[in-house]
Each structure stands twice: as structure tokens, then as C-alpha cells.
Design a protein around this ligand. Structure first.
Ligand code: SF4
Ligand code: SF4
Ligand code: SF4
Length: 258
């Protein structure tokens, strides 16, 4: 706690577009009363002050190089709770698409003759490097979910995002399923909590909140194929946000077969 008795909150960024931090700033403009009950002690995007210790550290962005690990461990040691903020930190995010490609070729494609100058490795979720207490999923995060999570922390609870399929939330909101409009959607395997915002606007879900526990991947693939997706289309769709989670599932299945 800070000297005024308020929990000390900090925000950190790794590899990402900073859209989740912008959503936090937007949320604070909508809910300024939150600033009456917490003390923001570090937030590079919004202030220059820094602090030594934090009650809740929100970390945006994926870990994309070895030196990020040192900084993540340092944040972990100084924080009571660490929260992954957004898909990049929670899943590896869109950055992890490059894990499907040859890393050296990708580095040379991006940096050309200067590839050796830049440190980079396979993008990963921050939970692959440090212990993480919970996540605010999404790309970007849902600002109401962020505010609700902070409120739960203030009540002494450890908030967790929902772990049921987006389709449930979508049906409760009485949306017309996009499959009935000839589109495809990853709602059956994606974690709910975004108010099914894409589907509400008639666009299929891309899976930015990550997989639910025990996702039914093969039935999902069959449904996508029945709706005209080729294997290559499926690879593209499933890898936008889910590359690392799907790779981990394959490894788990292989381990179970041994
Ligand atoms: S999760 Fe999306 S909005 Fe947030 S930092 Fe990553 S790319 Fe940007
Ligand atoms: S639009 Fe997507 S999330 Fe909504 S019911 Fe259909 S498949 Fe499920
Ligand atoms: S509908 Fe899917 S892609 Fe859209 S915000 Fe929700 S989880 Fe992300």
C-alpha cells in the first residue's frame, strides 16, 4: 500500500501496440472515481514517475527477447500481483504468428543486413517466463472488464476471466449467429467476456481472448471446413491469436500418447 493507504498500481509494456494501455487511459477517463481508490505509481504512457514496489503490476506486451526476461523477473519480485494485460501478454498475441516461421529468415526479412544487430527470439506469453496471477484478455482489453477486475482486487478477491465459450455470451445477447450469414467464427472455442462485440457487429470472432479450457479443436476445424475454409485458411485464422496455445495443446496430446 502507498502511504495514503491506497493500493499501488503500475503498468509496464513489452512488445505490443500499446492499445491495451490506451484502453486503460480511456477507462480512467470514463471512470475517474477509480483514481480516488488506487494510486497509480508507474505508467510510462501517461506519467514520468516511477516506484520501487507495486501491489498490482499490469503487464502489456509479449516477451520477445531474452533481455525481456530479466525485466519481467524484476517486476515479479517487486509486485504482490502480476496481471497479463491483453492478448500479447496473455497469449503471445499476434507477435506469436512468427513462431510458425523460420526465425532467422524472419529476422533477415524484417531487418535485412542488420539482423544481427537486433535481439529477438520466439514471442511468448509472460506466464511462460514468470508466475502470473490473472489476465485481462483481449486485443485490446475490454475496458469494463478491466475496471471490474480492479474493483474485485479492491475487495480482496483475485479476479479471473470467464472460462466458458463466447457462444454463450453471444446467445445471451440475442445476436444472429454469423454462420447464418455465411461467415465463420471461433466463438465455440474462445473465452467469453468481451460482450461478443465482433459478432454483435456481424463479424466472426478471431479468438483474441484465447482458448477456453478443454477446447474442442477438431470439431471446430470440421465446422470451419464445412463452411468452406481450406486447410490454409484455417491455419491463418487459428494462428492470428492462438499459435502458442495450439502448439502447447499439440505437445500435451503428444505427451499423453507416450
Ligand atoms: S493485445 Fe492487441 S491492443 Fe493490446 S498491446 Fe497487444 S496488439 Fe496492442
Ligand atoms: S456468432 Fe460466433 S460466438 Fe456467436 S453464436 Fe455464432 S459461432 Fe457462437
Ligand atoms: S468477439 Fe472474439 S475477436 Fe472479437 S473481441 Fe471478442 S474474443 Fe476478441
Amino acid at each position: 500500500m502507498s502511504t495514503n493507504g491506497k493500493p499501488r498500481i503500475a503498468f509496464f509494456d513489452f512488445t505490443g501496440c500499446e492499445g491495451c494501455q490506451l484502453t486503460v487511459i480511456d477507462a480512467l477517463q470514463t471512470y475517474p472515481e477509480l483514481l480516488d481508490v488506487v494510486e497509480i505509481v508507474e505508467f510510462r504512457e501517461a506519467m514520468s514517475e516511477q516506484a520501487e514496489a507495486y501491489d498490482i503490476a499490469f503487464v502489456e506486451g509479449s516477451c520477445c527477447r531474452e533481455s525481456d526476461e530479466t525485466r519481467l523477473h524484476d517486476i515479479r519480485e517487486r509486485s504482490v500481483y502480476v496481471v497479463a494485460l491483453g492478448a500479447c501478454a496473455h497469449l503471445g498475441g499476434v507477435n506469436a504468428i512468427r513462431n510458425r516461421l523460420d526465425m532467422d529468415e524472419t529476422r533477415h526479412y524484417v531487418y535485412g543486413d542488420y539482423a544481427e544487430w537486433y535481439e529477438s527470439y520466439e514471442p511468448r506469453a509472460i506466464a511462460d517466463v514468470i508466475d502470473v496471477d490473472t489476465a485481462v484478455p483481449g486485443c485490446p482489453i475490454d475496458r469494463d472488464e478491466f475496471v471490474n477486475m480492479v474493483k474485485l482486487f479492491l475487495q480482496g478477491r483475485l479476479p479471473q476471466p470467464p472460462d466458458y465459450p463466447l457462444c454463450i455470451e453471444c446467445k445471451l445477447r440475442e445476436n444472429v449467429c454469423v454462420y447464418l450469414r455465411g461467415q465463420v467464427c471461433l466463438g465455440p472455442i474462445t473465452r467469453a467476456g468481451c460482450k461478443a462485440v465482433c459478432c454483435e457487429y456481424g463479424i466472426g470472432c478471431e479468438g483474441c481472448r484465447g482458448l477456453i479450457s478443454n477446447p474442442q479443436i477438431e470439431p471446430m476445424r470440421r465446422v470451419l471446413a464445412e463452411h468452406g475454409m481450406t486447410e490454409a485458411d484455417m491455419q491463418t485464422k487459428l494462428s492470428l491469436f492462438l499459435t502458442n496455445q495450439l502448439s502447447a495443446l499439440v505437445l500435451e496430446e503428444e505427451a499423453a500418447r507416450v
